[in-house]
Design a protein around this ligand. Structure first.
Ligand code: IPE
Ligand code: IPE
Ligand code: MG
Length: 250
């Protein structure tokens, strides 16, 4: 049974040196490839390598939850060839990496509307999740065909079906039906690739996350770049609506 977390904004979290939960929009693969006169999909292939590095780096640094935006509900709008190649890369990554993840204590979760994926991919996702279900070092959540608005609507609709006749839903009830009920809300949000937008990522869960934007393109985002993001996070003062003075412990 996965442990459930309620909103982490209600009480002040311990000011941990390392964020417990990091959420990342891995952007810039296409531009990375274009700069090298390579097809966009070559950037995605290198991007997969960075996923492996960053999962390892997060584990080494004691991050407990890493959530990665791999494919948005809007990414179906891309050329058919690029979408197919992204699906192939996803299949290959699952085939190659699940055993390694398991050995390294990584628990894999894949969230989003998986019904649009082909059967092979859905099967690999189910197998990967089952294989790694009992691991505790780091929970890696991959958001695939995910959209923040879809997440909220899906939660409300599922909750309504489970509670016929009910007319009001609470924050805690809603949170429990969203895609990440097992994780505290992200402490640190990172977007690579220079754009400063959320692109329909975790709309509900990012309410009080510290935001970090970098021009570094995802295929160049290495452990040193992760450390810069964490260092920036460590300089922030998280107040959750309070004043600075209220944070001083007696
Ligand atoms: C992010 O890189 C990867 C996915 C959206 C799957 P992009 O493919 O968006 O790269 P840019 O933004 O075009 O450089
Ligand atoms: C966001 O990147 C989605 C992922 C990284 C999977 P995009 O590159 O698709 O975002 P927009 O559309 O430029 O905002
Ligand atoms: Mg992009």
């Amino acid at each position: 049974m996965l442990k459930r977390f309620f909103s982490s904004t209600a009480t002040l979290p311990e000011s941990a040196a390392v964020p417990r939960h990091i959420a990342v929009i891995m952007d810039g693969n296409g531009r990375w490839a274009k700069k090298r006169l390579m097809p966009r999909v070559a950037g995605h292939a290198v991007g997969v390598e960075r996923v492996r590095d960053i999962v390892k780096a997060c584990g080494d640094r004691g991050v407990e939850y890493l959530t990665l935006f791999a494919f948005s509900s809007e990414n179906w709008r891309r050329p058919q060839e690029e979408v197919s190649r992204l699906m192939e890369l996803f299949v290959m990554a699952l085939e190659r990496e699940v055993e390694k993840m398991h050995r390294n204590g990584v628990r894999l979760r894949v969230v989003g509307d998986l019904s649009r994926f082909n059967e092979r991919l859905r099967e690999l996702i189910a197998q990967g999740e089952a294989r790694t279900a009992d691991n505790e070092k780091l929970t890696l959540t991959v958001c695939a065909n995910y959209g923040g608005r879809w997440d909220i609507l899906n939660a409300v609709n599922t909750w309504m079906k489970a509670h016929p006749g009910a007319t009001e839903i609470s924050e805690d009830a809603l949170s429990a039906y969203l895609c990440l009920p097992y994780a505290p809300e992200p402490d640190l949000f990172i977007r690579t690739g220079g754009e400063q937008r959320i692109s329909n990522f975790l709309l509900w869960q990012l309410a009080y996350s510290e935001l970090y934007f970098t021009d570094t393109l995802w295929p160049d985002f290495d452990a040193a770049a992760l450390d810069l993001a964490i260092a920036s996070y460590q300089k922030r003062e998280r107040r959750f609506g309070r004043t600075s003075e209220q944070l001083v412990q007696p």
